[in-house]
Structure formats: C-alpha cells, structure tokens
Design a binder for this molecule. Structure first.
Ligand SMILES: Nc1ncnc2c1ncn2[C@@H]1O[C@H](COP(=O)(O)OP(=O)(O)OP(=O)(O)O)[C@@H](O)[C@H]1O
Ligand SMILES: [Mg+2]
Length: 304
C-alpha cells in the first residue's frame, strides 16, 4: 500500500487553508485553484492544468512544493523525450569501464572461470541513472512531481506516463519491480497544443487556468510589485483586461502584465495618461500589430 502523506498535510486541511498556504509563498489562487489542489491531495489524484501561456500553471506546482517544503521533481517534456530520459537508463560508459577493468584484472591469470565473472555486476544500482519519474517513485518523502508541457511529448511516451500514474511502480528487468512508498502530488501542465488521451484525462482532476479576473490580477500585481499605487494598479488591470477582449495575436498574460507594471514603476510613471506609456507597450504585447492595437486602445479609452 502506497502512503498518501499529502492527505494529512497540515497546510492542506481545507480549501481556505490551501488558499492561505499558496498566498504565503506569493501565489494568489482563485477559489477553483485552491479547491482542485485540496481535492487532489485528498483523493490522491494528479492535476492536469491547462490554459494559456503565462497564467500560472507551472508556478502553481512550484508554489505547492514551496509551502509544503517538499522536493519539486520536474520532468520537462519535449518532442523526442523517451523512456531513457523520463524514467531511467543504464550508464553505458561506466558499465564499459567496469568490463574493461574486470577484463584487465583476470588477464594473465590462468584462473579457471575468471572470465565468466567479468561484467557480472554491471546491472547494479551504481550503474543506474535515475530520471525524474523513477526519482519520484523512489523518493521516500512526499514530493511534488511536475510533468511540464505534457502536450509536447509523443503519444507513446504519454502511454508510459499513464502506466506510472496508475500504479506508481516500475519494473526494471535487471533489478525487479520498484514500488513507491509515498505518493507524489502530481501536476501535469499543458498549453493544449494537442489533445491528450482520454485515458490520461480520466485519471486526472482537470483544472483550467484562464486569464485572471480583474480582482485577482489586482491582487497579484499588488502582492508582487511593491510600491505600486492603487490608482495605477486599477488602470493597468482595466487596460489589460480590455486588451484581452480584443482579437490580438497574443493576449498579454499575468507574467507580461507584471513585467509591464515593473517597467512603468521603473520609469516613474504614475498614470496611464503619461505620454511615455506607448513606448513601453512592447513589454506587454509581443507583435507589432498587437502593439499598434494597444496604442489605439490606450488613446481611445477614458481612464478617469
Ligand atoms: N496566481 C498567481 N499568483 C502570483 N503570480 C502569478 C500567478 N499566476 C502567474 N503568476 C506569475 O506569472 C509568471 C508566469 O507563470 P507560469 O510560468 O506559471 O506560467 P505558465 O502558465 O506555466 O505559462 P507557460 O504555459 O508559458 O509555461 C510566474 O512567474 C508568476 O510570477
Ligand atoms: Mg509553464
């Protein structure tokens, strides 16, 4: 039986407790986010987090690991990621050196059966290279496993992941089956570049993190940018929300509104009516046509 230490974690006892715990490490959650984390810990289920870029998907896993003081084990997915990079592989170089060393030792000795011992122990623990998934399984303490950008890996690797997420055990033919002692809290993130398998989705709690409401973004900016005056903060949040309703190539995300806000402060700008504001818009918008639309929006809207 695999232990679920997350269930009893004192900072996860209740939705409000989770929300407060996240806030203490600088992550401002919506109620839905806090609820999902709470349920994932109670039900021992992975969370599949989807949503636009820069809305706090990766940061959520980091924040949970941080307040829980748990190890964050990260598997960054990419096209071509395979078992040897996700799970484990044998250290061939080291194995080869061992065989050579053993060979040199028996050479010249007329010892009977000497050669049969060469390379006998090359599938021992010391030759195993542990990759993130195996590391998470073998971790004795409760850990956070972040499988980041899962939509970038191939379907075959997804099947491997699915197997691990269902049993939390792996079979290494030369060593036997390794079963987890303590269940990791798992976050899978996706930008939705491709559809994930139904089987994977079924195993997870689904959490969609959209752009924040104005209220939450105001909270995030105020918490993360010291010295921001509340009038400018409100102007920024309203303006950014307006931009997100336009048909832009790339809507500004939380990370971009944070960058922009910091830049405005750095330039001593205290209101969006300031004539220098258009020059800073490229921190918020990343396409020329979007910047042009932003400038138009800036001059057309009334920001009393
Ligand atoms: N709820 C939040 N509270 C505080 N900061 C946040 C929040 N959401 C996002 N951020 C800020 O936005 C930045 C970007 O977030 P993050 O890297 O998690 O985005 P992401 O959703 O993983 O994006 P991508 O899809 O591009 O990987 C973070 O570094 C963090 O500073
Ligand atoms: Mg991310």
């Amino acid at each position: 039986m695999i232990r679920n230490d997350w269930r009893d974690h004192e900072r996860l006892q209740g939705i409000e407790v989770v929300a407060d715990s996240l806030r203490t490490v600088g992550y401002l959650p919506s109620r839905q986010i806090a609820t999902t984390v709470y349920l994932a810990a109670r039900l021992a289920k992975p969370i599949l987090v989807e949503g636009p870029a820069g809305t706090g998907k990766t940061e959520l896993a980091k924040a949970v690991a941080s307040f829980a003081q748990a190890e964050l084990i990260r598997l960054q997915c990419y096209e071509g990621l395979d078992e040897s990079k996700a799970l484990y592989e044998w250290n061939y170089r080291k194995q080869l050196l061992r065989i050579q060393a053993d060979g040199a030792a028996v050479e010249g000795l007329e010892q009977k059966g000497g050669w049969s011992k060469v390379g006998q122990d090359i599938f021992d623990e010391e030759f195993l290279l542990e990759r993130p998934l195996l590391h998470a399984i073998r971790s004795r303490e409760s850990s956070v496993l972040l499988v980041d950008e899962v939509d970038r890996m191939e379907v075959e690797t997804e099947a491997l992941l699915l197997e691990i997420l269902s049993d939390f055990q792996v079979s290494v033919p030369e060593l036997g089956t390794i079963v987890a002692e303590s269940l990791p809290l798992v976050f899978l993130t996706s930008n939705g570049t491709r559809d994930l398998s139904e089987a994977l989705k079924r195993r997870c709690l689904f959490l969609y993190i959209d752009y924040p409401t104005q209220e939450r973004e105001l909270e995030i900016l105020s918490a993360k940018v010291p010295g921001l005056n509340s009038k400018l903060a409100k102007q920024i949040v309203g303006f950014v929300a307006g931009l997100r309703s336009l048909d832009l190539k790339k809507s500004p995300s939380i990370s971009e509104s944070l960058d922009w806000t910091r830049a405005l402060l750095e330039m001593g700008i205290v209101t969006l009516e300031d004539s220098s504001v258009p020059d800073t818009l490229h921190l918020l918008l990343k396409y020329r046509t979007d910047v042009e639309a932003g400038i138009k929006e800036l001059t057309s809207s009334d920001r009393g």
